[in-house]
Design a protein around this ligand. Structure first.
Ligand SMILES: [Zn+2]
Ligand SMILES: [Zn+2]
Length: 314
């Protein structure tokens, strides 16, 4: 066999089958949330996403040094991570960015240098009568520190099979956002619906895996967007904050039924999901204590292995 023919058949052998989902290995590890076995718990969210040997950081926690310190505690080096996704503009998801960049850039100049955000991320907000612009105020200094913000009005494939949804259309009236943050409209201040709220979707052989930040667009709206953006497969796994901590029973019942409809078999409800709400979703969606857990710092989900909840959330 001539060498080129051998190479061609080897390439065929190792290529993914035609039409197969691109993500073959994947892991999500939580780096900021309320509950923690080791490291620091806080009202915030961050997670490291690994897909086929490539990694990106999803959100950056609330306090400036939480994610940096938790990553050190868990033995995870973020220096090789060049891309960050910020699910939305709130301070409990953006608070660690400046500290992380400052700590990592001296030894890895490209570390966390590309930051993906949804359209509307930087619009001015008002909270308690004062400007509320967690990252907008720091934007110029972050850019001076080597960070490039990349705004997305729609979906974008950030790694093979790893999709940023872009702003999630609000098909169902989920309204899972705080009511005390306002934006200026032509008719005066109105509640900010967090229009930029975006999530991450991994396209795997087990179905779609959806990673949310605070879930302000509504988790079910987000699952609708995931299928529309990536493909109409079942959503096997949901990880992240669902902002359902104060949801009433009717909302939790409806949400559970919708999770069932999407085929969700694994749920890691972290951050603003709420503890009681997670238990209600577990029961309503037909899941159990292995397949629906409260997310803790260091907890992980891995394709083919499922959820490792750590110790306290077992
Ligand atoms: Zn938020
Ligand atoms: Zn949040």
């Amino acid at each position: 066999m001539p060498p080129f023919a051998l190479l061609a058949s080897l390439a065929l052998l190792f290529a993914a089958p035609q039409g197969a989902p691109p993500v073959r290995t994947a892991k999500i590890t939580i780096l900021s949330t309320m509950l923690a076995d080791r490291g620091i718990g806080e009202w915030g969210f961050a997670a490291l996403v690994e897909a086929d040997g490539k990694r990106l950081l999803f959100d950056t926690g609330s306090e400036p040094d939480t994610v940096l310190r938790n990553a050190q505690t868990l033995g995870m080096d973020l220096a090789e991570v060049t891309d960050v996704v910020l699910s939305h503009s709130h301070g409990d998801h953006t608070g660690g960015l400046a500290t992380l960049r400052k700590a990592l850039a001296p030894k890895a100049p490209r570390a966390l240098s590309r930051v993906h955000v949804g359209k509307g991320f930087f619009i001015p907000r008002i909270r308690g009568g004062k400007p509320y612009t967690p990252l907008a105020a720091e934007k110029a200094s972050l850019e001076a520190a080597g960070i490039q913000f990349i705004g997305h009005a729609g979906p974008a494939e950030l790694l093979p099979g790893v999709w940023f949804t872009g702003p999630v259309p609000r098909i169902h009236p989920e309204r899972n956002y705080p009511r005390d943050i306002l934006i200026q409209s032509a008719n005066g201040p109105v509640t900010d619906i967090v229009a930029e709220d975006s999530s991450l979707v991994l396209d795997t052989p087990d179905g779609l895996v959806v990673l949310t930040g605070c879930g302000h667009a509504g988790v079910i709206n987000t699952l609708e967007a995931a299928q529309k953006v990536v493909r109409p497969a079942k959503v096997n796994t949901v990880v992240g904050g669902l902002h359902l901590f104060s949801a009433d029973d009717a909302t939790l019942d409806w949400t559970s039924a919708q999770l069932r409809r999407f085929g969700v078999r694994e749920l890691v409800g972290a951050h603003c999901t709420g503890i009681e709400s997670l238990y209600r979703l577990r029961a309503g969606a037909g899941l159990d204590r292995k397949t629906a857990v409260v997310g803790a710092v260091g907890a992980s989900w891995e394709l083919g292995k499922g959820i490792d909840p750590g110790t306290i959330a077992r």
